[in-house]
Structure formats: C-alpha cells, structure tokens
Design a protein around this ligand. Sequence first.
Ligand code: CU
Ligand code: CU
Length: 339
Amino acid sequence: MSLTRRSFLLKGAAGAVGALAAATSDRLPTAAASGAIDHAKAHGGNLTVGEVDLRRLGFDPTRYLTQFDWGKATRLPNGRTLREYTVVAYEREIEIAPGVFFPAWVFNGTVPGPTLRAREGDQVRVKLINASKHPHTLHFHGFHKAEMDGVPGIGRGDVLPGETFTYEFEAAPFGLHLYHCHSQPLKRHIHKGLYGTFIIDPKQGRPSAREMVMMMNGFDTNFDSENEVYAVNTVAFHYAKHPIRVRRGELVRIYLVNLTEFDPINSIHIHGNFFHVYRTGTSLTTTEFTDTIMLCQAERAVLEMRFPYTGRYMFHAHQTEFTELGWMGFFEVTGDDAV
Ligand code: CU
Ligand code: CU
C-alpha cells in the first residue's frame, strides 16, 4: 500500500478502524463502523482518531509546555551561579499519533529533550551521557569556545557510545536558543529527535507571564526524507484534543522554536489575536505586531499576546498541508468577558 504524505494520518486511522470492524464483524459490524464515522465527523474529519498513550510515552505535551530544567544551582566562589544539567542520549520508540510509532533517538527519554534554562551570566555545565549505539554531540546555539561547540573534528567532537563529555560555557547572549546533536549525517541526527530548547533569561528578567515552549517538529515515518507527521511538541493534534487553557487578558509568552527537518520553513498563525514578536528573544523591544510568522530551521522567536475575548482559538502552521498532518491546536480562553 502506498501512502502519500497528505493521506498518511487519515489512511492510518481508517486502517485501524477497518481492523477493528473486521475483528468484531461477527458481533457488532454496524455499530463499530457507524461509531467510527460519527467519531470522525465529531472531530471535523480532520484529526486523528483515538489517543496517544501518554503514560507509556512518558511525555505529556501539555505538561511539557511549562517544564523548565534550571539544573542544579550552586554558588561559585566568585559569586556567580553554576548550573549543572545531565542529558542522556539513547534510542527509544515513541508514539507520535495514535498507533503511529517512530524509532526516535532521545535526550532524557523525550522528543524534544528537556528545556534547559539559565540566566544571562550563569556558568552552565551540561554533561552528555551517550547511552546509545551511535556517536552524538551537544551543539548549543549561543556564545562558547570552539572546543565546546559539539562539532565532529573540533575539540572532543563526537562523544562515542558509552562515553560522556561535559560542555561548559557562560550563558550568553540572553535569548531563545536551542541545542541539538551535530554528528553526521546531521539531517538524521536532528530529525531522529536529538534537540531541545535552551532559554537564557535576561539579567533583569521579562515581565511575568504565562510562559510555554513550543517546538515545531516533523517526523519522517517511512524514511523517504519527507515528513509524514507534523506537530508542536511531537504529538500530532495534541493541543487540538487538549486545548491550552489561558485566561482572557493575561500575558501569554510563547517560546517558539523551529526544529523541523526536510522542509525549508515552518510557520505559526494564531486566530482572533495578534502577537508581539521578539526574534531570537535577544531584545526586549518588539519589532513586529502580527498574527503569522515563518521560521527557517533553528530560527526561533518569543511571541507575546493577550487574548481579548474568551472562547476557543485555533493556532496552526499556515502551510495547510502541515496543519492537516498534525500541526494544529487550540487555546481555550476563559474568564470574564465583560468589557
Ligand atoms: Cu546524534
Ligand atoms: Cu543548530
């Protein structure tokens, strides 16, 4: 059976329904079939049917939005803060849509890996333990010496299976950054899932807000160098089935990073609202007020907004194909709607 990208999730879901109907055909053929159709209709016919087993996955995209790893913090003799993190790389199968499994390479068990967070000027120490069968590195975006760059052939270069290496640098510049493996072939090492967000807060901080991390990613499930499934934070349509709850009028801050492999760009569009854009998060002055931005791979932006009305508002890639293959969700805005 050949599946085009466009039909992948739909056919996959229909196939599962077909198998269910066949398995129960001597008892409940009509009920199983019509139930499935009603279910699809109830979801507008555009989402996956069923749920990813988040417990088995060990990853809940709703919790992931606000999980920040500040490391183990201690005070250095010179008064600066030292933050120590541990990142373990290994192989693991993950469920990215109901019944769709992907043989991932993971940092600390999940794709994306942990969101590492520090303050401008902190000393950062990240220990990479390579518990996988392949060489890997940690390559951070930001300032550091060449031997801390995590690139094969420079300094330590590849960290081989069973080995560990500690990357150390001062957190700078403040902004929204990322880290990823830089071993060869790079496309595969990134696309397999070895990436995460790296936030460096400005010394004075940012205004208090409801913060969340969104990594736009994709999965090539049949290894043809095209993605079949798209998402923010890995699980297709997760935030469509589990809308992100925010309060009307509160400041919402999204740390948006694009780690989609194979496609040159990705994008976000938010309905019923506009947002302030801080590209790369390296300035506290907004440069743009819009409702759609696009990002190349590794580009990122801090987005700030307040929802003026209550209700359910869609957010999605503005490439329709990505939307249909999983990259779509909702904000559920609650609170007093009186003006
Ligand atoms: Cu790697
Ligand atoms: Cu990079």
